[in-house]
Design a protein around this ligand. Structure first.
Ligand code: PLP
Length: 450
């Protein structure tokens, strides 16, 4: 159990007392933890699926962010995974939060996040949510239309507004600019409207699309954002650039060079603009591993087919934790067996189904597994993005439990002080943190098909 407390000089730290974070000490690994949970589950005669959140992985990715994008302050996109332990970890790391609704703002505030560390980054907001943000002192919010400006002028006249522009997201998995963002040609009218309503516009935002695969998208979007600063006919004191999300949750920073040089070109340090981002996947995707149980199976033997096809039914599926990763990304990687398997063991084409009565609830049909038995466990990694936050209990199957773990080394490093400040203010301590993290490998679950 861990809770967030303050440590005076640097803000917030995690301490293992009040909330659900297990500390891995005495050399215990995530693998050991999963083993224990599986045994406990079996003892309780209960085979519910569960997720393990590896907070060490988030810590390491945060360090990587600070090293690769030193000018860009992350505001974590809560929609991606709203697990309280995840939020608390990020709070302890010193990030801000991107909230999309009253509910997400409430969650962040209830965990002690300060209102000025929240950006209400949704351009189409219900009136009541705008008023709620106003009542709680959450001032930064985005817009992309005149109607939204009118609503904001009525519900939160002192808001600090960020104009979201549409950008080229044709190479992204999820093209968010199809739905949001003002066209560059309409920017002057929008700024004029904001001025007439007596509102304050402080900056520009964009999103290159979730699962962006093309670094040129960032370069062009940053150039477009600069155009808005130049158009600023109303003379607003624009001082914020928000480069959105779209950073990979798996690969390393393939975009940082392009982003840094575009920032240097269009927003050099002496331009006086603070740069923030709204990463979601980046922080959580590879931090979560799902453990799901084979609760039933059928063997299909076709007349013309020499080989049998195995049908496995898991206790988690498309309507549960495996929802978004499948539907939106079109990819599910790394389903692997909990137990080690001999390479020589025969494998069969295997269809893996979720537990509900719906035939759309298919997890994968592209794997060749050795023969599994009812009661075997499968692990799926990279399960942290857009999984738990949109899981349902369709057919009455409960959502997977979430267990969050942190190693004692990382906990200790975190408690030294806030890493964001460390990197910017105390480079000596930074090398100390690297020492702590060197021997902890991300996704520390080393079980495979052998
Ligand atoms: N910001 C906004 C406004 C979004 O809509 C999203 C995702 O939908 C994000 C940030 C997070 O994007 P990602 O998870 O790709 O980093």
């Amino acid at each position: 159990a861990a809770a967030v407390t303050t440590n005076g000089s640097h803000g917030y730290v995690l301490s293992p007392e009040n909330c659900d974070i297990d500390v891995l000490d005495n050399g215990r690994t995530i693998n050991d933890f999963i083993d224990i949970k599986i045994k406990e589950t079996a003892l309780g005669e209960n085979e519910e699926p569960f997720l393990v959140a590896n907070l060490d992985s988030m810590f390491k990715r945060h360090l990587r962010w600070l090293n690769n994008l030193p000018r860009v302050k992350p505001f974590y996109a809560v929609k991606c995974n709203n697990t309280p332990a995840v939020m608390q970890m990020l709070r302890a790391l010193g990030t801000g939060f991107d909230c999309a609704s009253k509910g997400e703002i409430q969650l962040a505030l209830s965990l002690g996040v300060a209102p000025d560390k929240i950006i209400y980054a949704h351009t189409t907001k219900p009136r009541s949510h705008i008023k709620y943000a106003c009542s709680r002192g959450v001032n930064m919010m985005t817009f992309d239309s005149e109607d939204e400006l009118l609503k904001i002028s009525q519900g939160h006249p002192k808001a600090k507004l960020i104009l979201r522009i549409a950008v080229d997201d044709s190479k992204a998995l999820l093209r968010l600019s199809l739905k949001f963002g003002a066209q560059l040609e309409t920017v002057d009218k929008l700024l004029e409207c904001a001025g007439e309503l007596g509102l304050e516009v402080i900056g520009v935002s964009f999103h290159v699309g979730s699962g962006c695969t093309e670094c040129g998208a960032f370069k062009q979007a940053i150039a477009d954002a600069r155009q808005v600063f130049d158009i600023n006919l109303m003379g607003f004191q624009m001082r914020l650039l928000d480069i959105g999300g779209g950073f990979s949750g798996r690969e390393d920073f393939q975009f940082s060079e392009v982003i840094n040089s575009a920032l240097e070109k269009y927003f050099p340090a002496d331009f006086g603009v603070q740069v923030i981002a709204e990463p979601g996947r980046y922080y959580v995707e590879s931090a979560f591993t799902l453990a799901a149980n084979v609760m039933a199976r059928r063997v299909i033997t076709g007349e013309n087919s020499p080989d049998k096809v195995m049908m496995y039914y898991l206790n988690d599926g498309v309507y549960g934790s495996l929802s978004y990763g499948l539907v939106a990304d079109g990819r599910i990687t790394c389903v692997f067996l909990k137990q080690a398997v001999d390479n020589s063991e025969k494998r069969y084409p295997s269809v893996v189904w979720g537990p509900t009565c719906d035939c759309l609830d298919k997890v994968t049909d592209s794997y060749w597994f050795p023969e599994l038995r009812v009661g075997d466990w499968l692990l799926v990694d990279h399960m942290g993005a857009y999984s738990v936050s949109i899981a349902t209990d369709f057919n009455g199957f409960e959502r997977a439990n979430i267990y969050s773990v942190i190693s004692s080394e990382i906990l200790q490093a975190l408690n030294l002080s806030n890493t964001y400040d460390i990197i910017h203010e105390e480079s000596r301590t930074l090398s100390k943190l690297h020492k702590y993290t060197q021997h902890i490998t991300e996704g520390d679950v080393a079980v495979s098909l052998g």
